[in-house]
Ligand binder design. Structure first.
Ligand SMILES: [Zn+2]
Length: 255
């Protein structure tokens, strides 16, 4: 029983022709749940539709910092409507990305803050994307705390930063980079994080774990992230998988 808590199954790369086989391989690999986050309005709609059509898929809705420029007042009205649909477990992914800077930083911040407030209004936890933007991210979540909890997806910052976030009640999610040979920060975080505050994900189709780097990522590969975490904590695969599942259920408030 494994939960891939972050996979963009609505991505056109899956939807065109691979969807059925990707789901089949996930099932064979023991993945019983997948959360599909939205990255803009159309993608959020697709995520909600997939959650409606497939028992094992859940949705989050939101505007990714890359797409912050697309957001308009109408977007918020539509997302609030989507937030009420069944199996929508979180608002995300939202946050800041100063690595690729695909939207102006001022706009990213405005859209992040706006969505924390909307999540609070909708009664949903948030899923945060934070890349090279620690300082502004910490400031925003301090000034606009998510009332229903927050998780940092594909956590990649330092253990120092993690300690601050854990103290504030945030969860951290590990993805493929944990398996990379040059991983340092994330390894330190995985070695030290309390075992009731993490979960696992693929971020498919991105960030493919070892030994599959170079291929398109897919939910079945979340097993590699669990395997690495199990090595680092000297626990069994099953123990880590089951902790990650329990933690995700706790965070997303679902059975
Ligand atoms: Zn993502």
């Amino acid at each position: 029983m494994i939960w891939d808590t972050h996979a963009h199954l609505d991505d056109p790369r899956f939807q065109q022709k691979y969807f059925a086989e990707v789901c089949e391989r996930a099932k064979l690999a023991g993945i019983t749940r997948i959360l599909n986050p939205g990255v803009n309005l159309p993608s959020s709609k697709r995520a909600v539709q997939l959650a409606q059509d497939y028992e094992f898929i859940y949705a989050a809705i939101g505007v990714h910092p890359h797409n912050a420029v697309e957001a308009a007042p109408e977007t918020w009205v539509r997302l609030l409507q989507l937030a009420k649909k069944p199996k929508v477990l979180a608002w995300g992914e939202i946050g800041l990305d100063y690595y690729r800077d695909l939207s102006p930083r001022a706009k990213q911040k405005e859209v992040f803050i706006q969505q924390i407030e909307l999540a609070n209004q909708a009664g949903l936890p948030i899923v945060i994307h934070n890349r090279d933007s620690n300082e502004d991210c910490l400031k925003i979540i301090k000034e606009h705390p998510p009332e229903y909890g927050g998780a940092f997806h594909c956590y990649s910052a330092s253990w120092e930063m993690a300690k601050i976030l854990l103290k504030q009640g945030f969860y951290l999610s590990f993805a493929g980079p944990l398996t990379y040979k040059n991983a340092r920060n994330i390894v330190e975080v995985a070695q030290n994080i309390p075992l009731d505050r993490f979960f696992v994900e693929t971020d498919s189709p991105y960030l493919t774990p070892e030994p599959y780097r170079g291929q398109r990522n897919e939910p079945a590969f979340v097993r590699e992230v669990i395997t690495r975490m199990a090595e680092l904590r000297e626990l069994s695969f099953e123990q880590i998988a089951s902790m990650a599942m329990d933690n995700a259920k706790q965070f997303f408030k679902t059975d």
